[in-house]
Design a protein around this ligand. Structure first.
Ligand code: F6P
Length: 354
């Protein structure tokens, strides 16, 4: 039997992807497996575009951000799923290791349902994938956002301003929550927990009434201002997601108008996805990669590697996939489950508001 693993990285990049690619490769090579990497996510499998991953190719990449394979948000059509199956066969791939967030893993689960051997590795700065306690990439993003908040403290205090910092995360507030708590933000606003402009301004005003001359507001990009999602554009991406962005600017103007305190906004944007991974993400990525290779080697497929407590385990894809009926087509749609911030954790952040 051929022993060949195919690897791909799909969706938005994050720090730690190269640690996973290296770990899958190194662990598989020990057992005499071959490894190839498809370029640019699902696009590479559709086009049959791949490179050999050997010891040399994965050397000196552990500390690098981004992905040596490239990535894309390609969402294969049903017809392209057929092409993917054919091209994997042509390339002699026995199992595909898919490193991605909920969109990329949703495609992997479609392939799994069609009987293709796949293993998923949960990646995203958003930390919103069900079935795992943490995705890799999240820790690095939190550290970048925390450092930014630390820096904003001194400039906000020097000028006596409100600084509103916009943090990524889509419909999950994990990065804003962690960075807000770690950075000592005075208000943390998450998509999961609505708060009115009046409530936000009351917190800021009471803080200033106590003699503090500045405030830091950490706002997740998915936070809705008076129920309205703030979008960069009306266009949706390939997976039907809205392009969020602009909440900090909107909130900043509204706060300045309502409180009379000079305010500024900062958007951290893609800086949260770039650059050197933290040691934590390198180790988590390495553990995920080794586990993924070991599942393949032991003949297990249809699983996603996951962090449960301090253990890295394999969980069944079927346990983390939700089935929905597509409103437009009436057909069954698979979707990776999402994980949002629980109320108890948000309540902890609220202790330090104001
Ligand atoms: O899902 C990761 C993420 O960085 C989100 O936090 C953000 O909303 C989105 O991707 C941005 O996507 P793009 O790279 O396509 O602008």
């Amino acid at each position: 039997m051929s022993k060949k693993i195919g690897v791909l990285t799909g969706g938005g990049d994050c720090s730690g992807l190269n640690a996973v690619i290296r770990a899958v490769t190194r662990r598989a090579l020990i057992e005499g497996w071959e490894v190839i990497g498809f370029r640019n996510g699902w696009a590479g499998v559709i086009q049959g575009d791949h490179i050999v991953l050997d010891r040399q190719r994965v050397a000196e990449i552990l500390h690098l951000g981004g992905t040596i394979l490239g990535t894309s948000r390609t969402n294969p059509t049903d017809e392209q799923i057929g092409t993917i199956t054919d091209n994997l066969k042509k390339a002699g791939v026995t199992t595909l290791v898919v490193i991605g967030g909920d969109d990329t893993l949703t495609v992997a689960s479609r392939l799994h349902r069609q009987g293709l051997p796949v293993i998923g590795v949960p990646k995203t700065i958003d930390n919103d994938i069900a079935g795992t306690d943490q995705t890799f990439g999240f820790d690095t993003a939190v550290n970048i956002a925390t450092e930014a908040i630390d820096r904003l403290h001194t400039t906000a205090e020097s000028h006596g301003r409100v600084l509103v910092v916009e943090i990524m995360g889509r419909q999950a507030g994990w990065i804003a929550l962690y960075a807000g708590v770690a950075g000592g933000a005075h208000v943390v606003l998450l998509p999961e927990f609505p708060m009115t402009l009046d409530q936000i301004c009351k917190i800021i005003k009471s803080r200033h009434a106590r003699g503090r001359n500045f405030s830091i507001v950490a706002v997740a990009e998915g936070f809705k201002l008076e129920g309205e999602a703030i979008l960069q554009t009306k266009e949706l991406d390939a997976f039907g997601h809205e392009r969020l962005g602009g909440i900090a600017e909107r909130l900043c103007s509204a706060i300045e108008k309502a409180t009379g305190i000079e305010s500024r906004s900062v958007v951290l944007g893609h800086t949260q996805r770039g650059g050197t991974p933290t040691a934590f993400d390198r180790v988590l990525g390495t553990r995920y990669g080794v586990k993924a290779a070991e599942l393949v080697i032991s003949g297990q497929t249809g699983k996603m590697v996951a962090l449960r407590g301090t253990d890295v385990v394999g969980v069944d894809f079927d346990s983390v996939i939700t089935e929905q009926i597509d409103k437009k087509t009436g057909q069954l749609k698979l979707r990776m489950g999402n994980r949002n911030v629980p109320k108890e954790f948000y309540d902890l952040a609220k202790v330090f508001f104001g």
